[in-house]
Design a protein around this ligand. Structure first.
Ligand SMILES: Nc1ncnc2c1ncn2[C@@H]1O[C@H](COP(=O)(O)OP(=O)(O)OP(=O)(O)O)[C@@H](O)[C@H]1O
Ligand SMILES: [Mg+2]
Length: 372
């Protein structure tokens, strides 16, 4: 196996520009801690690579010039602007440095929940009906059925999610929407609340037409995706269409029953940030083969629709009354903290240890760029 010089790029929580005195307590929860960076660095070194770790900031072009880097392992979430997760990838594209994970377009669209839901809906992927509130004063769409769920439109890690996110009437909804718009300074997304069990599916690899060595050989684009028509028939891709180049880890169920009742059975920022070892994580989730196949199809469908690279995670809820799965969101830059992050647990349950997962992401990128 060839060895590479890898720039490990991160945005540490402690280096975040804390500009607002009145920022909500969980505003910076998405950023990485030192343990995550140290874990990835160790894993890449165990893969035999040379690793240079650095903060992904505006000085990155100068810092990269000092080294002969073959590829970057990108974990940067960014700080400012509507496309903060895409800024480092944009710089890397400009500098012609290959990098792991999704590109600029995917990271920009996926950061914006309403926009990524529009893309999923175009591909007939099931995601709850929704409305975006920019000022908070907008008229509430009468087609939406209570209870409704309110979240910031451009966050992750459960930021802004509490028991108050579930709203049972217009008064509660208006109050929570105003809270999100004012505190998080961004539009709020309101969607139908899915009462039921929660699952997440991690994926590793790529779609065949994204792998450089396959490109010339492959006239077979997925029908519709490349041409701009929705693919499938409203039921997502057939499981036989999930390509062998994309490994889907077994569904991980997050069972909130051991959690404090004030967290309301939700994956809140408190649970993601501090009580992460309280829920029960069941992987493979105890579900029927038919449900598992459906989750896998939709996860792969979302990966394809958003044009992800190398790895991603798709979060679901399954409606208790109908048994049908609904996609809550896709995470093309899923958290990679050793032992703790959902995709790491799912990989382990599939027989892939942490070093295997991290080096698997790097290998997927190297293959995609035609570097191996
Ligand atoms: N429509 C919904 N119905 C029911 N629960 C929901 C809904 N949307 C979100 N949730 C709850 O809120 C949690 C966080 O929502 P979501 O995954 O959309 O946000 P996130 O902060 O981007 O998450 P991540 O940490 O995975 O990036 C979900 O895991 C789920 O528990
Ligand atoms: Mg989520």
């Amino acid at each position: 196996m060839k060895k590479f010089t890898v720039a490990l790029l991160y945005n540490l929580k402690q280096n975040a520009p804390h500009e607002r005195e009145d920022a909500p307590w969980d505003a910076w929860n998405e950023l990485d801690n030192e343990k995550t960076v140290a874990g990835i660095e160790r894993a890449l070194r165990a893969g035999g690579h040379q690793v240079i770790a650095m903060e992904g900031d505006a000085a990155l072009p100068q810092k990269l010039q000092r080294y002969k880097v073959d590829i970057a392992f990108n974990t940067c979430e960014g700080h400012f602007g509507l496309s903060r997760e895409a800024q480092i990838p944009a710089l890397l594209d400009m500098l012609r440095v290959p990098y792991t994970g999704a590109g600029v377009m995917t990271l920009t669209v996926a950061l914006d929940k309403p926009m990524s839901k529009r893309v999923m809906l175009f591909h007939h992927l099931p995601t709850p009906a929704f409305q975006t509130f920019i000022t908070g004063e907008e008229r509430i769409d009468s087609h939406l059925k209570y209870p409704l769920f309110v979240k910031p439109s451009r966050e992750g890690s459960g930021i802004g999610i509490t028991a108050k996110s579930v709203c049972r009437n217009a008064r509660e909804l208006r109050e929570q929407v105003q809270f999100i718009v004012n505190s998080y300074r961004q539009p709020a997304i309101v969607e139908e609340y899915i009462e039921g069990r929660e699952f997440t599916l991690g994926m590793l690899g790529n779609l065949p037409w994204n792998i450089k060595s396959n490109r010339s050989a492959l006239a077979a684009q997925p029908s519709g995706c490349a041409q701009g028509r929705p693919s499938g028939n409203g039921r997502g891709a057939k499981s036989s269409q999930i390509p062998p180049t994309l490994r889907i880890f077994p569904p991980l169920e997050v069972d909130f029953s051991p959690c404090p009742p004030e967290e309301a059975g939700l994956y809140t920022s408190v649970i993601k940030g501090t009580l992460y070892d309280v829920p029960k994580y069941l992987c493979p989730a105890p579900i029927s083969k038919a449900l598992r196949a459906k989750l896998e199809r939709h996860a792969a469908g979302a990966f394809a629709a958003l044009e992800c690279n190398d790895f991603a995670r798709v979060d679901f809820r399954v409606r208790a009354d109908t048994g049908e799965p609904w996609i809550l969101e896709i995470n093309p830059l899923a958290g990679l903290q050793e032992r703790i992050s959902d995709i790491v647990m799912a990989a382990e349950a599939d027989g892939l240890d942490y070093a295997g997962l991290i080096n698997g992401i790097l290998d997927a990128a190297l293959e995609r760029y035609g570097m191996v």
